[in-house]
Design a protein around this ligand. Structure first.
Ligand code: SUG
Length: 448
């Protein structure tokens, strides 16, 4: 029976803006208040989805969220009509309005953690929505994320959905951005690799000094338990706190894996030798042969990795067995990184080719190719149970491009967020989108 890896990319929402909301994410902080272009952002994302589909990869789309999030503003004490809520928040608490407008759900690597059916005790695909509770603007994503995932994977025989973990820092969970699955074939039992930034309860793990560690060991362990993973199919590793302090706020900013390959920076983990030995052993017991490709700091510094997002790339298995790395344009603009990539693809190793995409609108908020996609390994009959409305086709691509042209602005600055018309535009667009993607009612304004 064949199995696939399917990438579900986040469609960028109509309020995409640079709010400077993510302390510890260098790009988000340095582009704070810059003008954004939501239309271009959405089109850049769609172009990547289309290109991957054209190359023969399974591609899906994950819908954006209702923003401004008026319900959240109401929960913080703003009252009146929706327009009055927005107006009062703009006047008295602009940072709260900005947070309630973030289009951050586009980074679907943070939507949830997924364990394929070959790894779970009950033989179903498990999803746990990420609570994202390190940042207020992201902590408000999971209720809608859960509804959207429920509408995409709506078949209890194959799919199980778990609610986000308790909303406290001790269980800080950032989803698939800190989770990598290694396997021989996508349909084989694999090894799930959870990378955490700190422990909430165990003082033996050194925490970063400057920036927050978003993912805790206890959150990763809870997800593994919920998904019914066996101990011999799980490896936990601590991210090097020194790199978190240099802007590596998720593991997918410093490492990426696919199949039997781990592509990582020399400074990514603590106790790297021990981590690799455990990964190698456990994968070998599942018939796989770990191939670890270490990028030395002499070739690419952590600073270059953070600026270029070299590791926030998509590592994809081509039909001919070779692997392809999808990188952002920023990698080509960085001489150290680009030279390294030339050497890598000429080295005879598993990574044979590199393709470059312009994702500047998302990149300026710290979201590269890998942030924009959620990976779901599916067997054939599971793929058949996915809501067909969210599977990318040439005609869906055309429809979504037209939808973006119709509803999106090509300029957005902070003062525009106070315009109540933006809320109406967003709701009109999303109402139409739920029909295009056949999601049913998933947004608060549709459920009220
Ligand atoms: O959580 N940026 C996101 C970027 C997420 C990237 N995802 C992965 N690495 N998987 C974050 O920091 C910035 C929003 C703003 O500042 O407007 C933001 O939320």
């Amino acid at each position: 029976m064949s199995a696939f890896e399917m990438n579900f990319d986040g469609l960028v929402g109509p309020t995409h803006n640079y709010g400077g909301l993510s302390y510890g994410n260098v790009a988000s902080q340095s582009n704070s208040q810059a003008g954004s272009n939501p239309k271009e952002a959405a089109k850049q994302g769609l172009a990547k989805m289309k290109a991957l589909m054209d190359m023969g990869f399974q591609q899906g789309v994950l819908a954006p969220q209702e923003r401004p999030n008026v319900a959240v503003l109401r929960s913080l004490g703003f009252t009146g009509t929706d327009a009055q809520v927005i107006e009062k928040a703009a006047k008295d608490a602009m940072p709260l309005l900005v947070a309630s407008c973030s289009a951050s759900s586009m980074w679907t690597a943070n939507a949830c953690t997924v364990s394929p059916s070959a790894d779970t005790a009950d033989g179903r695909v498990h999803f746990t929505a990420a609570n994202l509770n390190c940042k207020f603007h992201r902590s408000i994503e999971h209720p809608t994320t859960s509804r959207v995932l429920g509408a995409m994977f709506a078949n209890e025989q194959h799919f199980v959905h778990h609610a986000a973990l308790p909303a406290v820092g001790q269980f800080g969970d950032e989803g698939a951005a800190n989770h990598t699955r290694f396997c021989k074939g996508y349909g084989d039992a694999g090894v799930e690799f959870f990378v955490f930034g700190r422990s909430a309860f165990d003082g033996r793990f050194p925490a970063p000094q400057r920036y927050p560690a978003r993912q805790t060991l206890e959150a990763s362990q809870a997800v593994a338990r919920l998904h019914g993973l066996s101990d011999d199919g799980v490896v936990y590793a601590q991210q090097n706190p020194a790199v978190i302090d240099q802007g590596v706020f998720h593991n997918d900013v410093i490492a990426v894996g696919n199949g039997e390959v781990l592509f990582y920076h020399q400074d990514a983990f603590l106790d790297t030798d021990k981590v690799l030995a455990e990964l190698g052993d456990k994968l070998a017991r599942r018939g796989g042969n770990l191939q670890a490709i270490c990028v030395p700091r002499e070739a690419v510094s952590v600073e270059d990795a953070v600026k270029s997002y070299l590791f926030n790339s998509q590592l994809l298995s081509r039909a001919d067995g070779g692997m392809l790395l999808i990188v952002p344009e920023e990698c080509r603009n960085n001489a150290n990184v680009w030279n390294y990539l030339q050497r890598l693809t000429a080295s005879g190793g598993p990574i044979k080719d590199v393709q470059v995409f312009d994702l500047k609108q998302s990149m300026q908020n710290g979201g590269g190719p890998a942030c924009l996609r959620l990976r779901v390994a599916l067997k054939e009959q599971e793929l058949a149970a996915v809501n067909p409305g969210v599977i990318m086709t040439a005609s869906l691509y055309d429809t979504l491009n037209l939808w973006v042209d119709t509803h999106y602005r090509d300029r957005l600055s902070e003062s525009d967020l106070a315009d109540p018309q933006l809320l109406n535009e967003c709701r009109t667009a999303l109402d139409e989108l739920t029909q295009i993607l056949k999601l049913g009612a998933v947004y608060p304004f549709q459920l009220a």
